[in-house]
Design a protein around this ligand. Structure first.
Ligand code: GRF
Length: 216
């Protein structure tokens, strides 16, 4: 299965997927990495792994639609079957998300529906939450609002900071995201008429991959 990964920065999730692709004996193949930022470190990671890269710099476009259209053309040309957003920091147009509906994933550093948008770690701390985590979800036109497939959770400790939480969640992300990509490549995951199916059963709540609470 041909996949593309869209990034804007460091690309540590991209790296995790690259390594998983190699371990999974090429169950899927990352055929293209697109960045909207020319300086994104993830581009170097992709090049080192011999993956085709493309920079589509959003600052060269006057409108969101024109930028998205360029990405759509590049992804369709590469015959991509799954689009993986991994730290891609652009809001996508409804037209783009609808074109890839059911074949585009995102990872978000919070337990959605909590804390859509930015600064999720600080917001979890400020709210006095006992736990925090990440969500992998199908992308729909609603920002960070598509159905959640998987969550990994960690308890918030008294001495946690936004930085310590970010680090912990990042390392959980590096297991969770490749797992979901693998499921999709195996045909175990399906998005149909706004519903998610896992192993042909409707998923009514997220699969909890990791949790420090035994009752979770
Ligand atoms: C991750 O925390 C992810 O949840 C969010 O952006 C970050 C990307 O990190 N969407 P990286 O570029 O993969 O290291």
């Amino acid at each position: 299965m041909k996949i593309a990964v869209l990034i804007s920065g460091n690309g540590s999730n991209l790296q995790a997927i690259i390594e998983h692709q190699q371990q999974s004996k090429n169950l899927y193949e990352i055929v293209l990495v697109i960045s909207n930022r020319p300086e994104a470190f993830g581009l170097k990671r992709a090049q080192k792994a011999g993956i085709a890269t493309k920079v589509i710099d959003h600052t060269n476009f006057t409108g969101r639609e024109a930028f998205d259209e360029q990405m759509k053309i590049a992804l369709d040309k590469a015959e991509v079957e799954l689009v993986v957003l991994a730290g891609f920091m652009r809001i996508l147009s409804a037209e783009f998300t609808e074109h890839f509906l059911g074949r585009m994933l995102n990872i978000h550093p919070s337990l959605l529906p909590k804390y859509q948008g930015l600064n999720t770690h600080q917001r979890a701390l400020d709210s006095g939450d006992k736990e925090h985590g990440l969500s992998v979800h199908f992308v729909t036109p609603e920002l960070d609002g598509g159905p959640v497939i998987v969550q990994s959770k960690t308890n918030i400790q008294n001495d946690d900071t936004a930085e310590s939480l970010q680090q912990r969640i990042h390392s959980l992300e590096h297991t969770a995201y490749p797992t979901v990509v693998e499921w999709f490549a195996q045909g175990r995951l399906l998005f149909k008429q706004s519903k998610v199916y896992f192993d042909a059963k409707e998923l009514n709540s997220p699969i909890i991959l990791t949790s420090e609470n035994s009752n979770a």
